[in-house]
Design a protein around this ligand. Structure first.
Ligand SMILES: Cc1ncc(COP(=O)(O)O)c(C=O)c1O
Length: 357
């Protein structure tokens, strides 16, 4: 029997979103960022739906291995590179691209044998997370030039810290400082994530690295993917398992934190934080019951959440409840839970059935 709590994954929307990105970025090549299990959507299914991408970006060897085992031969970029000799060996065996961001990796490459690896040199233009300082660009390139284990030419990259905040001056500084540091080098460049791609189109250059947009979600805190012509990919749904008639002032759920403002129907949907629905979603967070917009009331529990059914008085036990996705932007849910949509999609737990067309 199929489980009632399901994540429906619209793979057509994934490829449509990729097309939309192509339309925005012209000739730039696209590294589709599909780390963290394809942002929680299922890495292999996502990669297949995004077969028109030019490369995939992942964070862990296991993610890359899953792609290779599924027969995917396209370039797969390890966004954090390799951490030790064993990982470097796997990078070689799986024919992965490595991001180089740290001196220790160069030392490991000196001892590496086998086919030269395609490498991306990551420069730190101000985020101070991963990357060589911009001032070291020439020196590191000189060292890499000597290494037979590194395929030439390399690709240069950097990462933006604040691109989702359109008015933050830091992004312009990062773009400018990176451009200066690599000026005159005849190498391809890659700077932008989703927010950078949308807010700073001049920085799209040779490669772009969108992640969240592919899943139909806006990288900005104040709009939705629909505002950028994107289609939601994940729809999280469950069913109503009870409907109760409450009298005015009767409480609902753990802690009795919410009380009925009038005599009313309260429903119970079979989804909770055990499925990845956020426990901190506030009363008033929207849901769809059938197609009616309703809202949650009281605390979210592990397996259930209660719903104000005043907008869906004809609802029946067994009816469909949509928690986010088609018809209900996930960005709205994230705002009600003081989260970002990235956390919501990555947090759906394995007990939820994932359904692909
Ligand atoms: C290095 C790098 N590039 C690109 C991305 C994609 O970012 P976004 O999902 O915001 O488009 C990420 C995601 O965190 C990243 O770490």
């Amino acid at each position: 029997m199929s489980r009632s709590t399901r994540a429906l994954i619209n793979t057509q929307a994934l490829s449509d979103n990729l097309e939309t990105i192509r339309g925005l970025t012209g000739d730039a090549r696209i590294m589709a960022v599909i780390k963290a299990n394809g942002y929680g959507h299922g890495i292999v299914q996502v990669a297949r739906a995004l077969r028109a991408a030019d490369a995939y970006g992942v964070a862990r060897v296991d993610e890359a291995r899953a792609l290779r085992q599924a027969g995917i031969e396209k370039p797969v970029v390890m966004l954090e590179g390799f951490q030790d000799a064993e990982e470097l060996k796997s990078v070689g065996e799986l024919s992965l691209d490595a991001v180089l961001h740290h001196g220790k990796q160069l030392a490991l490459l000196e001892d590496h044998e086998g086919k030269p690896l395609r490498c991306w040199l990551k420069l730190d233009s101000g985020m101070h997370r991963l990357g060589f300082p911009l001032a070291q660009t020439q020196g590191v390139l000189g060292r890499l030039e000597q290494l037979d284990s590194v395929a030439k030419p390399l690709i240069l990259m950097t990462h933006l810290a604040c691109a989702d905040d359109r008015h933050n001056p830091m992004t312009k500084h990062q773009i400018h400082d990176f451009a200066q540091a690599v000026d005159g080098l005849d190498l391809e460049r890659c700077v932008v994530n989703s927010a950078g791609l949308l807010a700073f189109p001049d920085a799209c250059l040779d490669w772009v690295r969108p992640g969240i947009m592919l899943y139909g979600i806006s990288p900005f805190p104040d709009d939705t993917g629909l505002d950028h012509g994107l289609k939601p990919v994940m729809t999280l749904e469950s069913t109503l398992i009870a409907i109760n008639q409450l009298r005015k002032d009767e409480p609902v759920g753990y802690g009795a934190t919410w009380r009925a403002p009038e005599d009313m129907l309260v429903g119970v949907a079979a989804i909770g934080y055990g499925d990845g629905y956020p426990r901190h979603a506030r009363s008033g967070t929207p849901v769809l019951v059938n197609t009616q917009r309703c809202s949650i009331v009281g605390r979210v529990s592990m397996d259930m959440v209660s719903l104000d059914l005043r907008n869906a008085v004809d609802a029946n036990v067994g009816d469909r409840v949509v928690l986010w996705g088609e018809g209900l932007p996930i960005e709205e849910i994230a705002r009600h839970a003081d989260m970002i949509p990235y956390e919501l999609v990555c947090g759906v737990t394995p007990r939820v059935e994932f359904v692909y067309p």
